[in-house]
Design a binder for this molecule. Structure first.
Ligand code: HEM
Ligand code: HEM
Length: 212
């Protein structure tokens, strides 16, 4: 079976953009609530009850985006890489996705507070760069698409003009042949000379024996 094409389908794109948006919003809301929102509790200001929900939504949408990440490998990434299209931004985007995945899951499993605080800052700083990187990758991808289309058009027109040139060459050969045949036909056939005959294309040709 053929691998899927480089260009992603509408639903595929919608899924990736949708998951990405939920992921960033949930991460941003968690940050906002974690650092700036407190509600009064029995023992003083306490965390907002929505905060753990944002992290839960973030964890679920992270898994959703990772499914999307995997789904672009066999067609999109493989084919674009082989065609040497958009490799630089593609590799950077790929690397950033990988860094977010590793740091995100380390945040989930690592207990040490020092490591967590470092990873947390790394994770969300890199996370906020994701939309800009995605925009850069998509924009460069479009530029590459136009370059490839222009190259294909140039190749097709070169092929067409090559075909025309060879048609002109064969036309010239045919007319030389016709000219030769006609000048032979204008001479009176002598006894034993073959008469000019028409070939399948209607070009009059002279038999081998009488051709001077
Ligand atoms: C491939 C993309 C991403 C993956 C796989 C991912 C994964 C995760 C995971 C597994 C956690 C830990 C959840 C928990 O402790 O229950 C986490 C936490 C977090 N993520 Fe992401 N994430 C991604 C992208 C982002 C982005 C784009 C942002 C942007 C704001 C972001 C912001 C955060 C924040 C603020 C936290 C909480 C950090 C902390 O606990 O100190 N993440 N992420
Ligand atoms: C080395 C890795 C990658 C390469 C070489 C690459 C290459 C490309 C190319 C050539 C395009 C333009 C397609 C066209 O318009 O004809 C593109 C667009 C796009 N890429 Fe990538 N890509 C890579 C990684 C990724 C990853 C990991 C994701 C997502 C998780 C992704 C998501 C997209 C999206 C959403 C578009 C815009 C929609 C489209 O044009 O199909 N790419 N990429």
């Amino acid at each position: 079976m053929n691998a899927p094409p480089i260009r992603l389908g509408e639903w595929h794109q919608a899924y990736l953009y949708g998951m990405g948006t939920v992921l960033i919003l949930s991460g941003a809301l968690w940050l906002l609530f974690h650092y700036f929102v407190r509600i009064p509790g029995d023992f003083g200001p306490t965390l907002h009850p929505l905060e753990p929900w944002f992290l839960a939504i973030h964890g679920i949408s992270a898994a959703g985006l990772l499914i999307g990440f995997g789904s672009v490998m066999p067609g999109h990434v493989r084919r674009a890489w082989r065609a040497a299209r958009n490799r630089v931004t593609g590799s950077i985007f790929f690397g950033v996705m990988l860094a977010l995945t590793v740091s995100g899951y380390l945040l989930y499993y690592i207990g040490s507070e020092t490591a967590r605080s470092f990873l947390s800052i790394f994770h969300w700083v890199v996370g906020f760069s994701l939309p800009a990187l995605a925009g850069w990758h998509i924009w460069r991808g479009r530029v590459w698409r136009h370059i490839t289309m222009a190259e294909n058009r140039a190749r097709a027109s070169a092929l067409r003009s090559g075909a025309q040139a060879s048609a002109v060459r064969s036309g010239a050969q045919a007319s030389a042949l016709r000219h030769k045949a006609e000048s032979a036909a204008s001479e009176e056939p002598t006894a034993g000379q073959a008469l000019p005959q028409s070939n399948a294309k209607g070009i009059r040709v002279v038999g081998q024996s009488s051709d001077p």
